[in-house]
Ligand binder design. Structure first.
Ligand SMILES: Cc1ncc(COP(=O)(O)O)c(C=O)c1O
Length: 309
């Protein structure tokens, strides 16, 4: 994985200038042409573990439009690792959409299961069943969640700090793996702003649970969670939902800065950041936005809303 392409780039808008905000973007979307962003970060240590354990292949899970499935397929293709994607929805097939088609073309074997079955995918007995079918495969949780995923994301902060001293970081939140990893990398008074893309998402609880799952002690978790600010009003209706306002924001931001945002994650997170700037909450700060990628997911929105970039 070559993260040297992920530069820290200064971006200026009229509004950030007015508020004395120095805005930088950590361009994890540039890590790879095909699959960008936090996915590589999350998979890195799983792949290391895979090599150490001498597994036969990697098996993971995702929905019909999963960035994670596509990233796993691309990573495994590059590393010559056999891989299986377990997909939610028995009615789907390899040509149901671009994401699934790309996964299959990259050599991922797709296995379609019912929504009911998908609900129990993390149960021990279901994993045992999968491993009976695919012996010695390494099971990677949906979205690359867990400690290995966190560890890879922690490295983003060290890379940013080499380029710029910052007050606040902004990042989009789904499973919370990326934000938990980033949080582990913070020091002193640095703050982390998270923007959940799911509606009514219990961000703090999910982050605490993930830390607990990764065996961090309670005192440590209480301490680090103090640096987190949750922006819970920017889900635009929930996961994968969008509206004209969000689309207009993405278009305008692209026109003003040349930076592409996606409607599922980074568009919502940047929207929250800009709203905080408008409210004067970031005045005279150095703020870094972590661009986690996901631009390939914009394709399916352009059919409904028209061209974004
Ligand atoms: C482009 C993009 N940004 C942000 C996220 C959120 O990351 P996490 O699920 O680790 O919270 C995801 C989901 O993995 C994503 O695909």
């Amino acid at each position: 994985m070559d993260t040297s392409k992920s530069i820290v780039q200064q971006v200026e808008t009229k509004l950030t200038q007015e508020h004395g905000v120095a805005l930088f973007v950590k361009r994890d979307d540039l890590i790879d042409e095909q699959v960008s962003g936090n996915k590589w970060r999350k998979l890195k240590y799983f792949v290391e573990l895979f090599r150490e354990r001498k597994n036969e292949g990697i098996l993971t899970f995702g929905g019909a439009y999963s960035n994670h499935l596509l990233a796993t397929a691309a990573y495994c293709a590059k590393e010559n690792i056999p891989c299986i994607g377990v997909v939610r929805g028995e009615e789907l097939n390899e040509s149901s959409n671009d994401t699934l088609r790309d996964c299959a073309e990259l050599g991922m074997q797709l296995k379609f299961i019912t929504r009911e079955e998908y609900l129990i995918k993390d149960d021990r007995s279901y994993k045992e069943y999968l491993l009976e079918e695919h012996p010695n495969y390494m099971i990677v949780p949906e979205g690359g969640a867990g400690y290995s995923g966190m560890l890879g994301c922690q490295e983003i902060v060290a890379e940013i700090r080499k380029e710029v001293a910052f007050d606040s970081l902004f990042v989009a939140q789904g499973t919370t793996t990326t934000s938990c990893g980033v949080l582990l990398g913070l020091r002193g008074n640095e703050k982390l702003h998270v923007v959940p893309v799911l509606k009514n998402f219990p961000s703090g609880t999910v982050m605490r649970e993930l830390f607990k799952y990764a065996a961090f002690d309670n005192e440590f978790v209480v301490d680090v969670m103090d640096s987190v600010s949750v922006h819970s009003d920017y889900h635009f209706g929930g996961y994968g939902k969008a509206d004209e306002e969000l689309m207009d924001f993405i278009r305008t931001f692209y026109r003003e800065t040349g930076l592409k945002l996606d409607p599922v994650y980074t568009g919502k997170a940047m929207y929250a950041l800009i709203e905080s700037v408008k409210r004067g909450e970031l005045d005279n700060q150095t703020v870094v936005f972590i661009h986690t990628g996901g631009i390939q997911g914009a394709r399916s929105f352009e059919e409904k809303y028209g061209k974004l970039y």
